[in-house]
Design a protein around this ligand. Structure first.
Ligand code: HEM
Length: 467
């Protein structure tokens, strides 16, 4: 049967605010907005967000369909707009050269962020993490705020492992500059100029000044990247690096901190993870500069329970809103794309429209994940991978959707997972960390769409070197 016969337009959700549309409700409480729209319109409806007509698809079975369309539907133009607003990055400049184009770069990233190169990077990160932890905790019991502490460790050690020696020499300045841009990210996307935010221009200049040059000890992924973009303007490369640095750190620091929190706040979970991590680490055959067991990929691969904790953390705190529009290239212009949805409806998208998925609707759905608001450390134990959870009696291809999909899927996802495991393992090895307030903090809803929530308030803890 001709697919076009089933084309049905989705219902437009009314809004009284021109241009802004549902933007304020979305930022205030996206879960509530989606639940209200679902109750009235079902899985498919159209919102207005900042002047854009966005068809939202909530059915978990349509997520794979949208990612599977990544040749015809892309988020590139939107990424270009955001990168320009926040980092001044000139996407067009890179895309005008086939070898420099973002998708070649991203494929190259994916190639070098796995296998031996990933193992090497992970080991380098462990060395830096160990140095940074001992330096920061010191001889006295250390009292601090968890997200701030974990953020500084990840940015320093992860930054050195990726960008090379001396990159994070002045680690606190690096973190403060990163955090300032990250904290105001949503307003920069919304068009707030940098000069209106105190210190933002200086932070951006200092970040850019770190990049654009090859460093000794940088990861293979950076060696390859410098080869790929040989001949490009070094300032434009620095801006691109600043954007990539943000992409590599922003979600990682949040999920790493929540993982540490959930491991340490519940004594029963802590005991299980301590046992698993200790047994895995003891099997390491190499040592660090401080003569402690070195954490390699082989060691991290022996931690399935910690993997389950990480997946549950990703489920609870991820807040992506993946928007796509028709891919337009110089060679071809496409007027419309028809997409067959799980409901049988065929969606016809024109060049001015956007389609978006909101995986959190699936992550928090009680029919898929019982008592979804609760953290259950073993929910994913033995249940990693496709088709493990069902919706409306049909297995879902990817019921944990946090790294995007298709050709643009996050190339750093394996390294990110290693970073989460590394920080937990390194803490367990040598430190006693105690969470002082185990109450689960409220999410800062303003982060919706950026990838991961943060808590509205940081979490106090103490830490000491184990004697
Ligand atoms: C919790 C950690 C992370 C999360 C949740 C995350 C999530 C994402 C998502 C959703 C995308 C967009 C994918 C799409 O459009 O389909 C993305 C892109 C990207 N991520 Fe990650 N990411 C994380 C960590 C990292 C790390 C550690 C690195 C680098 C080492 C990294 C590098 C990148 C890059 C370069 C892109 C752009 C790819 C492209 O547009 O082709 N990410 N990430």
């Amino acid at each position: 049967m001709d697919q076009r016969v089933n084309i049905q337009p989705v219902e437009k959700v009314k809004s009284w605010l021109p241009w802004i549309g549902h933007g304020l409700q979305f930022i205030k409480d996206a879960d509530k907005l989606m639940a209200q729209c679902y109750a009235k319109h079902g899985h498919e409806f159209q919102l207005t967000l900042g002047g854009r007509k966005v068809t939202v698809l909530l059915n978990p079975h349509d997520i794979a369909t949208i990612f599977g369309e990544s040749k015809r539907l892309t988020g590139e133009a939107l990424n270009a707009e955001i990168s320009l607003k926040v980092f001044g990055m000139d996407y067009q400049y890179f895309n005008s050269n086939k070898q420099w184009a973002f998708h070649s770069l991203s494929q190259d990233f994916a190639k070098h962020l796995r296998g031996d190169a990933l193992d090497e990077m992970t080991q380098v990160m462990h060395q830096h993490m160990e140095d940074a932890m001992f330096r920061r905790v010191g001889e006295q019991p250390f009292e601090g705020q968890l997200f701030d502490f974990v953020g500084r460790l990840i940015v320093e050690a992860g930054g050195e492992a990726m960008f090379g020696q001396g990159f994070a020499e002045d680690a606190d300045q690096l973190y403060d500059d990163f955090a300032l841009i990250d904290d105001h990210f949503q307003s920069f996307i919304g068009g707030t100029p940098k000069w209106l935010v105190r210190g933002a221009r200086k932070a951006e200049q200092r970040l850019n000044a770190r990049f654009g040059n090859i460093r000794k000890g940088q990861a293979k992924v950076m060696d390859s990247r410098f080869k790929l973009v040989q001949g490009a303007d070094s300032f434009k490369m620095a801006q691109q690096d600043t954007a990539m640095f943000w992409a590599a750190q922003s979600n990682t620091v949040a999920i790493a901190a929540y993982t540490v929190f959930h491991v340490m706040r519940d004594p029963a979970v802590k005991e299980i993870i301590v046992q698993e991590v200790t047994a895995a680490v003891q099997k390491s055959s190499a040592t660090t500069r401080l003569a402690k067991p070195l954490i390699t990929q082989g060691v991290l691969d022996k931690m399935p329970k910690l993997d389950a904790v990480i997946d549950e953390t990703l489920r609870l705190y991820s807040t992506g809103f993946n928007m796509r529009q028709i891919a337009q290239t110089v060679e071809q212009r496409i007027d419309s794309v028809d997409i067959g949805l799980d409901s049988g409806r065929v969606l016809s998208l024109d060049a001015a429209e956007f389609v978006a998925i909101y995986p959190r609707f699936m992550h928090m759905h009680p029919d898929i994940y019982s008592r979804p608001e609760q953290f259950q450390w073993d929910r994913f134990l033995g249940k990693q991978g496709p088709n493990k959870f069902s919706y409306q009696s049909k297995p879902i291809k990817n019921s944990l959707s946090v790294f995007g999909g298709g050709v643009g899927m996050c190339p750093g996802r394996h390294f990110a997972r290693n970073e989460f495991k590394l920080i937990v393992a390194a803490l367990i090895n040598d430190f006693d960390l105690e969470i002082l307030d185990a109450t689960i903090p409220a999410n800062d809803t303003n982060r919706v769409g950026l990838g991961s929530y943060r808590p509205l308030q940081d979490i106090p803890f103490t830490c000491r070197i184990r004697g």
